[in-house]
Structures are given as C-alpha cells and as structure tokens.
Design a protein around this ligand. Structure first.
Ligand SMILES: C[S@@+](CC[C@H](N)C(=O)[O-])C[C@H]1O[C@@H](n2cnc3c(N)ncnc32)[C@H](O)[C@@H]1O
Ligand code: SF4
Length: 379
C-alpha cells in the first residue's frame, strides 16, 4: 500500500437563503455570519485531524459550501494562514473557493487572490433571468456576467463556472444559449450539471415541470458536442475543461486519493499505510452542534471493510474518462484483485464496458452510461 496524494476540503455551511433544489449541507443565514468563531473551530478541527496525516503534503484545498464567498477576503486570508501553520501545504497547491455571483462577492475576488486563493468556482446556473428565478437564485444574469468579468480580470490561475441544465420549462435552445454565453467568457473549466430532484427539498415535495426525456437527451448530446467543439474535454460525468485545467482537487477524489474534511458535515478519507487501512471520517453536521465546545467535531470514523475497497475504488475511478493505471488498485486499496474480480473485469472488457492493456483499464462511453451495471459486479 502507498499513500495517494492528499487534499483538504473546508466546508462553509451558510447561504443567504436556501435554494429549493439544494440538498447540500447549507443553511439560510438568520443572523450575523460568525466568521471569526467558525474559523477558530475550523482550525481546531484541523489541528485534531493533522495527527492523522503525519506531516504529509497537502496538494489541493477546496473551500466549498454553502456559500464560502460570504466570508470576507481577510476572513479567508486568516483561515488560509492558519491552515498553513498547522499542515504542510504545497507551495503550488491548487486553492479553490466557491463563490456566488452576487455583486458583493464578485468585488472580493482580487482580495481572495491576495489571500492565497488561485481558483474561483462560480455558481452561475443559467444566464436567463426566468430560469434563475425558477431556481430561487438571488442573482440575475447581469450580475452573473459582471462576476465572470471580474474573475477573468483577477490574478487567478483559472476559474470555473457551474451551469445547470434540464431546468423547469427549459428548451434545447435555452440550454445551448446558456452554454454559448458561458463559453464566450472563455472559462478554463465548466461544470455542467443536469438538475436532479433530491429528497427533502421543496422541489421534491412540489415538483416543477421539467423538460421531457427527449428534450433532456437532445440537450445532453448537443451541449456535449458544443463544448467539445469549443475545445473543452469532458474528463468526468459533469466536468469539462480545457486540457490541463481539470480541477485537481476533484480529480484526486475520483482517483481514490486521500482528503481531510473539516467543517460542518465534512467527509474525509485517509489511508494509514502502516496498518494497511482506509478510514472515512464525518464531522458533526449542524453548525450549532459543530460549534458546541462541549462536543467533539468528529461525528463518525469508520474503517472501510476490506470487502468494500474494490467497489469504492472502481466507483470513483470509473467516473473518470482518463485511463486507470492498474497498479493504483493495489497501491491505494492495499488489497490484490481476487480471481472473481479479475473475471468480472474480463467480462466487462468482453461486453465493451471497459478496455484494457498491460498498464491500464479504461471505461468506454458505453461503460460510463451503464456504470451501475459495471459496478454491480464489485458489490
Ligand atoms: C455545492 S453547490 C455550491 C455552489 C454555490 N453555493 C452555488 O450554488 O452557487 C455546487 C453546484 O452544484 C450544483 N447543484 C446543486 N444542487 C443541484 C441539483 N439538485 N442538481 C444538479 N446540480 C446541482 C450547482 O450547479 C452548484 O453550483
Ligand atoms: S446557494 Fe448553493 S449551496 Fe446555497 S442553497 Fe443555493 S445551491 Fe445550495
């Protein structure tokens, strides 16, 4: 077994208000943002986790939410300064911050860059006001354009825009127009998510009318072609980027890399080479409980059972378009393929879900479409 690369995820759990489709761990802000108090909890949380990684280098940091851009630039500066005093952050680490495209947040982009952030990911969703309103978003199309222009001008390595498709009352033309407007800003990375209706959301209890399956299929096929023609490569189910601008933090998740997760509800995955184990950690979910000094930050810590490692490895790995080096299976799971698993992989090659050569496995387009079938062999 070998240590995979290590990332750090930092969760900021507040938003101005909750969007009706969102099931992320986020809460509408009801009083003043407890920026300093929460930062001090995050750093205490990290001090405890640092013992798990023994000075290993952190190569990516992702500050996600929620809406991390509710934090001031100096607040993010203090957070990153504190992080760098506790753990060993690589000099050239990718440091991403998720931002909402409100005017206040956009005016902070230069300050975030000065604080050490080198990549901004903006939740644009759509450039059409009717669709933004249907999603319960508080920004409009003009603010979205303004925010992207500021991200483009800020001293960052790159920026991402999140767009969603399959929105209530959206036509094929609407969806392609959103992509074209986004591409006109030349982002290095574009995440393109199909709206999913999640349990425990207002969209689940009062479902809006969504485009039918034929329209969804057309949007998917024509949108994908448009992105590829514009020079973007799909490297994951919803991830498109110009070559070399893939999100390194997310790539590391899907390559079965390690990550510490600090903040409300944050998940972590840590390899312990000396014990040949992989541990998953989850922090207390609700801000009130997380910031309660009488409670530990850690909610659960679970050893991944040896029998589950192959499934978990392939479930992450086979989301990616890139080939999977075979040696990483043994390196990162600490187990060797059983005969039954070898047979399943051979079967997947015979049925066209996978290709393989001496060094790599690679999922085919069909394999990605039928990922559940492919993975069911490893449950
Ligand atoms: C963790 S969210 C946070 C980003 C930021 N707070 C925002 O919403 O603008 C990251 C992205 O997930 C996508 N997303 C959230 N809920 C979704 C859903 N139900 N279906 C599809 N995509 C979703 C949105 O594109 C969003 O920008
Ligand atoms: S702003 Fe983002 S994280 Fe917050 S509720 Fe909306 S979708 Fe969820």
């Amino acid at each position: 077994m070998r240590n995979p690369p290590l990332g750090l995820y930092i969760h900021i759990p507040w938003c101005v208000q909750k969007c009706p489709y969102c099931d992320f761990n986020s809460h509408g802000l009801k009083s003043e943002l407890p920026e300093q108090e929460y930062t001090s909890h995050l750093l205490d949380d990290l001090r405890q986790d640092a013992a798990l990684v023994n000075g290993r280098e952190i190569t990516t940091i992702f500050i996600g939410g929620g809406t991390p851009s509710l934090f001031s630039a100096s607040g993010i500066g203090n957070l990153l300064k504190g992080v760098k005093q506790i753990v060993n952050v690589a000099k050239n680490a990718e440091i991403t911050l998720e931002a909402n495209p409100g005017t206040v947040e956009a005016n902070r982009f230069d300050g975030y860059a000065e604080a050490g952030v080198n990549r901004i990911s903006m939740g644009i969703q759509s450039f059409q006001d009717t669709h933004l309103q249907a999603l319960g978003r508080i920004h409009d199309s003009q603010q979205a354009q303004y925010a992207i222009a500021l991200a483009n001008a800020a001293p960052l390595n790159s920026f991402n825009i999140d767009l969603m498709h399959g929105l209530p009352a959206q036509t094929l033309a609407n969806a392609l127009e959103d992509l074209q407007t986004g591409l006109a800003h030349n982002p290095a990375h574009l995440s393109w998510y199909q709206l999913t209706i999640e349990p425990n959301t207002p969209f689940y209890s009062r479902p809006p009318e969504l485009p039918d399956d034929d329209i969804l299929w057309d949007i998917q096929a024509k949108g994908h072609a448009l992105l590829e023609q514009a020079g973007y490569r799909q490297y994951e189910v919803s991830g498109y980027s110009k070559p070399g601008f893939e999100c390194q933090h997310n790539l590391n998740y899907w390559r079965f890399g390690d990550y510490l997760g600090i903040g409300c509800g944050a998940h972590g995955k840590i390899t312990q080479v000396q014990d040949n184990t992989v541990t998953r950690t989850v922090k207390v979910k609700h801000p009130r409980g997380y910031m309660d000094i009488a409670r530990p930050y850690l909610d659960t810590s679970t050893l991944v059972a040896e029998d589950d490692l192959a499934f978990e490895f392939f479930m992450n790995r086979f989301r990616l378009v890139e080939p999977c080096p075979k040696h990483t299976f043994e390196d990162y799971t600490g187990t060797i393929l059983t005969n039954a698993q070898r047979e399943e992989l051979a079967k997947a090659v015979n049925t066209g879900l996978l290709t393989e050569d001496e060094k790599n496995w690679q999922v085919t387009n069909t394999g990605r479409r039928y990922l559940n079938t492919l993975l069911s062999a490893f449950v």
